[in-house]
Design a protein around this ligand. Sequence first.
Ligand code: F0G
Length: 409
Amino acid sequence: MWSYKLQCFECQRVFPAEEAGFRCKTCSGLLEVKFDLAAKRKPAWNHRQLSVWKYRELLPIEKEESTVSLAEGGTGLHHCKRLGRKLGLKKLYVKNEGENPTGSFKDRGMTVAISKARELGRKKVLCASTGNTAASLAAYSARAGMECIVLVPKGKVAGGKMLQVIMHGAKLIEVKGDFDQALEIAIELADRRREFYLMNSINPFRLEGQKTLAFEILDQLDRRVPEVVILPVGNGGNISAAWKGFSEFQQLKMVKNRPRMIGIQAEKAAPIARAVKKRQNKILPIHNPQTIATAIRIGSPVNWPKVLSAIRESRGTAETVTDRQILEAQRELATLEGMFVEPASAASIAGLKKLSEEGRVGRSETIVCVTTGHGLKDPSVLDRLPKSQTGYNLEITAGSSLEALERIL
Ligand code: F0G
């Protein structure tokens, strides 16, 4: 591993790597892991298998024996020709993060953060979540033999994710309120009771794992930098982490430039997109955010300073999509490309459709949409599909003749 420090994202104050808190002691800004990459030579990692740990020199874990892994990363980057043709785009790729062990991109961050927790001698971990972070943490803490507490907004988490949390034996606490309130409680609890190690995306070590998404995209495209990368945005950890990854490969001179970063939010849960559209350098939190994409039902994203900076620096943008557009995109990706993703993930495809209709992405540009979680996590979508899309759904009795079946077909 290469040496690193923690640095405040706002005032740039530097803290030693073993700093315990998640906020700057001077200005309360977000912290960031900083590797000194200036004089570094490229690691000889081409022979290593594609995965989060392929890039271990760039991950803040000192001892290899601290590693807690379920084989994360190495997800497919799929050239989507059929969907691309429909949208008039030649080089459309989907990086399908639902292929991770617990079915979402969170595993990239969790393998690193839980390894860090082990390295720091922590025994109890804690998070607030709209579902996927909770499912991932529940699995990785089980693997590490740690106690796990998750806080989720009551009645607002998809069924598959609840099942994962329960199955892995985490202590599940349902908060009467939304995700933003659950996160506030989790942060306060972690402040007050130091034995609980907070695993939300303000934990800078978690974002280090998530930046490998960008490394993998560049490796899978043989270091050709895509012009555009589109991600759904909730708490803003993932788009910031991806941007950090693209930037580090550039600092290492492995690539010359970086993509435009585009964040997509649900129309009624879109504080980032609103700020970007109004060219504001702060967000205005949204109270009582609403969307069927429960994973990104977030009104007050903690990582907003990092997100606005990534979008600005990359000359990217942010856009909103309606629930109907999300469901349409989910269905299109499933029927045209064989990829079943959860609604929040389909927001990136819905956003691309909107941008492409408005001519805001080029027809020949290389575009990567990140789909963040597996479709099986949220079976409630079945109740929202129009009747015309639920197939034949005809019944025959076992004794019917084949002719009767053929007549129906
Ligand atoms: N897509 C999915 C499927 C998610 O679960 C999340 C976040 C996002 C996108 C947004 O990522 O927060 O890094 O901007 N889910 C969190 C959770 C909040 O608790 O599982 P982000």
